[in-house]
Design a protein around this ligand. Structure first.
Ligand SMILES: [Fe+2]
Ligand SMILES: [Fe+2]
Length: 129
């Protein structure tokens, strides 16, 4: 992989993290609004994008033979499960909208700090960027 491609991969990961934050905010507004259809729509949008993002990271890690690929992938699986249980456990309670979304943001930020940043650091070093 050429260094400009590696840079594009890092940029894409960061852009997608921003998009995930936007989807969480839209989910928060839907839960707060209390309409079941809107919650379902935003919930689906959030999880589809999250899975797409995780698949992208997985493909990238496999492509570059990242040494920590399996632990990173299993963290993605755990994250989806935990986000599902937080959302589905209380998404019918509009008063909990902010706290639900803060919890999800917290889990995702912890993942980014502990797994995505080390991956990006590895890419920068390996491809001299
Ligand atoms: Fe990740
Ligand atoms: Fe990520």
């Amino acid at each position: 992989m050429k260094s400009h491609m590696a840079r594009e991969d890092i940029n894409r990961i960061m852009v997608e993290h921003g998009e995930i934050s936007i989807l969480i905010e839209q989910l928060r507004l839907a839960i707060k609004g209390g309409t079941r259809e809107a919650v379902e729509r935003e919930r689906t949008a959030f999880f589809s994008f999250l899975e797409e993002h995780f698949n992208y990271e997985k493909g990238l890690m496999e492509f570059i033979n990242y040494p920590h690929v399996s632990v990173h992938i299993s963290e993605h699986t755990k994250l989806i499960e935990i986000c599902q249980s937080v959302i589905d456990g209380s998404c019918s309670n509009a008063a909990l909208a902010s706290s639900i979304c803060k919890q999800i943001t917290g889990y995702l930020n912890t993942h980014t700090d502990s797994f995505d940043f080390p991956l990006m650091h590895y890419i920068r070093q390996k491809f001299f960027i």
